[in-house]
Design a protein around this ligand. Sequence first.
Ligand SMILES: *[C@@H]1O[C@H](CO)[C@@H](O)[C@H](O)[C@H]1NC(C)=O
Ligand SMILES: *[C@@H]1O[C@H](CO)[C@@H](O)[C@H](O)[C@H]1NC(C)=O
Ligand SMILES: *[C@@H]1O[C@H](CO)[C@@H](O)[C@H](O)[C@H]1NC(C)=O
Ligand SMILES: *[C@@H]1O[C@H](CO)[C@@H](O)[C@H](O)[C@H]1NC(C)=O
Ligand SMILES: *[C@@H]1O[C@H](CO)[C@@H](O)[C@H](O)[C@H]1NC(C)=O
Ligand SMILES: *[C@@H]1O[C@H](CO)[C@@H](O)[C@H](O)[C@H]1NC(C)=O
Length: 476
Amino acid sequence: MSSVIGTVVCLIIAVAYTHAAAMSSTKAAIISVNTAIKFQELDGFSVSQAFQRADDIFGKEGLTSKNTKYVLDLLFSIDRGAGFSILRNGIGSSNSSDSNFMNSIEPFSPGLPSAKPHYSWDRNDSGQFPLAQEAYDRGLVRLYGNAWSAPGYMKTNGDENNGGYLCGVTNTSCPSGSWMQAYADYLVQWARFYKQSGVKVTNLGFLNEPEFAASYAGMLSDGIQAAEFIRILAKTIKASGMDLAINYCDGIGWEEQEQMMAGLQAGPDPAENYLSVVTGHGYNSVPNFPLSTKKKTWVTEWADLSGGFTPYTFFNTGATGEGMTWARNIQVALLDANVSGFFYWIGAENSTTDSGLINLIGDEVIPSKRFWAFAQFSRFARPGARRVEATSSAPLLYVSSFLNNDGSIVTQAINNATEAYDISLKVHTSARIKNARPYVTNNANDLTVLAPLRVATDGTFKTTIPAHSLMSFVCS
Ligand SMILES: *[C@@H]1O[C@H](CO)[C@@H](O)[C@H](O)[C@H]1NC(C)=O
Ligand SMILES: *[C@@H]1O[C@H](CO)[C@@H](O)[C@H](O)[C@H]1NC(C)=O
Ligand SMILES: *[C@@H]1O[C@H](CO)[C@@H](O)[C@H](O)[C@H]1NC(C)=O
Ligand SMILES: *[C@@H]1O[C@H](CO)[C@@H](O)[C@H](O)[C@H]1NC(C)=O
Ligand SMILES: *[C@@H]1O[C@H](CO)[C@@H](O)[C@H](O)[C@H]1NC(C)=O
Ligand SMILES: *[C@@H]1O[C@H](CO)[C@@H](O)[C@H](O)[C@H]1NC(C)=O
């Protein structure tokens, strides 16, 4: 009897040992999502095709019409691509379409600010008008019109380039007088041209990186000067009867944008009251803290402007252009900076740098791993969703989660460990979850859909997240 029991015990130990050895390349982790704890509302994800990058999509550098449609689908279709829900169009200030210039709707001065303006509209807007039409056809929700600069004749330096201020704001003195009302009229007219041609502009911005005198179009401003113009722009929009939200002011970095907030909040009639969205970029300082405002915030521009050509790498070394890096940049902005929108600089361009999500080389289309990282968020976490609490038990497994208006719950999990994680994910929610659909992007996969997972009655499901991968779980 006793020897038989001894054999059975040994056998059990051997089986347990073999099982442990087979599992040693994975670790265990627990992810918990709680839809009762809600944070900011999501407006969505976005790109820009300013400075004639829209024309790259429409074949300027050799893309054929079949691939034009493919690129438009990748950017804006929810079923076939990332489903970007916002587009940022540049409001041109140039007097021609030479080089990469965005031509203005009033390229030449009418003489004085009070003179009747000489507007002209080409229904093209450097390719951005037809782009907006194509994007709306595929499900776009918001169109953000953003001027980098006023036309040169409205500015202290008489030039759309090289900094300069809008004539009329504090500390400026221009022989021709104040152009503040004329600039407000001009921005509203740009949106009116779109509207008259059947395309709705939802948001208007009047500055880009106002701390920086760029050699290209740009205009300087501090917070107080911007506040003076916002009050005039708000009155002008109201009088126009158009439904336009004001964005402010695309600071060059998140900290630089924070420094402009005091000017907006100052005085008996704070300009902040007229704003819809506070907007900043990620270049000079990273969006990893909430701005001092109760308004919604968007990261309206960021990109890798200096990295090598790394479209095929989700993870290799952690380089600035890799998919993993951008997945985490998006997630940190959503979690730590409380943003409702996240925009990459260029959607698609004919270029072999890391500025674009999609590289076009002649007629070749290369969606980068950065693009698929965006799509893992953008396709499933939709406008109107609320961010909800998500926690992970493992230090290199980063999680975020959203409750969509249709009741679906989407969780993004970034695994930056060298091992896979066997996870148990529990969704705490009042509704019964029946289905969990996993999608994965890593060096071998581009938003690959995997078999649905079985969800227990308490909302728990189990699966494995491979090393150096991004997974999205869509629960309904
Ligand atoms: C057009 O604008 C450029 C600056 O972008 C300026 O150098 C040039 O003089 C302008 N041309 C005319 C005809 O105003
Ligand atoms: C739109 O403008 C661009 C210049 O930005 C030009 O290359 C293109 O031919 C124009 N398209 C149409 C349809 O006029
Ligand atoms: C105007 O210039 C003075 C002197 O340089 C400066 O102290 C002040 O902050 C400026 N005001 C604005 C609104 O920029
Ligand atoms: C987050 O943003 C929302 C607006 O979307 C705002 O109401 C809330 O106060 C912000 N929270 C923090 C911590 O800044
Ligand atoms: C991922 O881990 C690597 C080290 O293996 C590190 O260099 C990189 O910065 C990490 N990336 C993120 C987004 O945390
Ligand atoms: C566009 O791509 C083609 C093919 O690689 C190249 O010959 C051309 O120089 C590119 N154009 C620009 C503006 O980079």
